[in-house]
Design a protein around this ligand. Structure first.
Ligand SMILES: [Cu+2]
Length: 403
């Protein structure tokens, strides 16, 4: 059974209970919310995790290259041998899903400074679904790529490298950049090349970045997107958990039930008929053991973006109400008490809510047909039930999808 079937089946079996998702889901590293710890270097690339900040004129913040993928992942060399015939389809055996993206912790109070990031593009073959492999093109080996996080007024020095073993050129267009192509003009990189740009984070908000090498939607449909958070000068209000989730649509040639490595399907992409619509790169990336976790009473913030390339998201969490939404990722006045928020391709939002009652809350694109294509995530909330918030008076006891 594919993971899409497992996830959908679990939902049909019932959202109530929270113990339903143990079967059929791919195990993978735990997700988000724990940003790397900081260490400081002076203007040099380091291999330790992220930075401590000093005031103006102090050392620049340096964020190191991301770790290499796990041993089970392979580079795209093998993928390039597969053109179309399904009878020669390469096995997906031994492959794993991609890991989860790096999440940056909230920034300390500080004055604007120089922040250095280094990101490397990698082409990686990994599992999209149970037994179904795809050659992703990535920023830093994850989909989405690493979260970048700066403060309004910071000067950001971004070095983009394209790994020497890449097959094609890559680049970066950051929607937080004011400048030619959002940086894409200067960062068109052949395999093995690198480029460095500097930009001022003029506007606060949460912004998508993506590869902008032709054919751009092909690169995005291979996983090349992420979020850059530009905090307002006062920062974002503290919460108990921050999560980083991005939706993307993927186009694989051949039958989705056919195991093995699938190539990119150009016609499906131009027709806007995705084989998969998923959160964080693959089916099951945020379900089962990989579910997001919180406790009753805790405040949750989700940075939610849509890489696309084509599909807009009607982002909703089943069983929850967003206390606050930053529409279109903008800072400033929020909308309160929102059920579903529309997030365009190449757009993002911030949603916040308090987990008031225990249970499993399901992240979806409320164009719910896409659940069958993998667009399902879970937030497991543990803690005491409050009968004033929710109480079952009578039920025949049938599990139901709740929606
Ligand atoms: Cu690219």
């Amino acid at each position: 059974m594919s993971n899409v079937a497992a996830v959908t089946g679990a939902l049909v079996a019932g959202i109530v209970g929270g113990s339903l998702f143990a079967v059929g889901l791919v195990a993978r590293p735990q997700i988000v919310g724990q940003g790397p710890t900081a260490s400081q270097q002076s203007g040099q690339t380091v291999t330790a995790p992220a930075p401590v900040v000093t005031g103006p004129g102090g050392p620049a913040i340096v964020v190191p290259p991301l770790p290499k993928p796990g041993a089970a992942l392979t580079t795209s060399g093998a993928a390039a041998q597969v053109e179309t015939p399904s009878k020669t389809r390469q096995s997906a055996e031994g492959l794993a899903p991609l890991g989860q993206p790096r999440v940056e912790a909230p920034l300390p109070q500080r004055e604007p400074t120089l922040v250095k990031y280094e990101v490397e593009t990698h082409e990686v073959t990994a599992l999209m679904d149970d037994g179904i492999a795809y050659t992703y093109w990535t920023f830093g080996n994850t989909v989405p790529g690493p979260m970048l996080r700066v403060r309004q007024g910071d000067t950001v020095e971004l070095t983009l490298k394209n790994a020497a073993d890449s097959k094609v050129s890559h680049s970066i267009d950051l929607h937080a950049v004011t400048g030619p192509g959002g940086g894409a003009k200067a960062t068109q990189l052949a395999p093995g090349e690198s480029a460095t740009i500097r930009f001022k984070a003029l506007n606060p908000g949460v912004y998508v970045y993506h590869c902008a090498t032709p054919l751009v939607p092909h690169h995005i449909a291979s996983g090349m997107y992420g979020l850059i958070v530009v905090e307002p000068p006062e920062g974002l209000p503290p919460v108990d958990h921050e999560f980083y989730v991005m939706q993307g649509d993927f186009y694989l040639e051949g039958d989705r039930e056919e195991k093995g490595l699938h190539d990119f399907a150009m016609q499906q992409m131009t027709d806007e008929h995705p084989s998969y619509v998923v959160f964080n790169g693959s089916v099951g990336a945020l379900t089962g053991d990989n579910a997001l976790k919180a406790k009753v009473g805790e405040k949750v913030r989700i940075f939610f973006g849509v890489g696309g390339p084509n599909i807009t998201s009607s982002f909703h969490v089943i069983g929850e109400i967003f206390d606050e939404v930053h529409p279109e990722g903008a800072t400033g006045p929020t909308q309160r008490n929102v059920q579903t928020t529309m997030v365009p391709a190449g757009g993002a939002t911030i949603v916040e809510f308090t987990a008031d009652y225990p249970g499993t809350y399901v992240l979806v694109d409320h164009s719910l047909g896409r659940m069958t294509k993998g667009a399902v995530g879970m937030l497991n909330v543990e803690g005491p039930a409050n009968a004033e918030v929710f109480e079952v008076i009578h039920t025949p006891g049938h599990d139901a999808p709740g929606h």
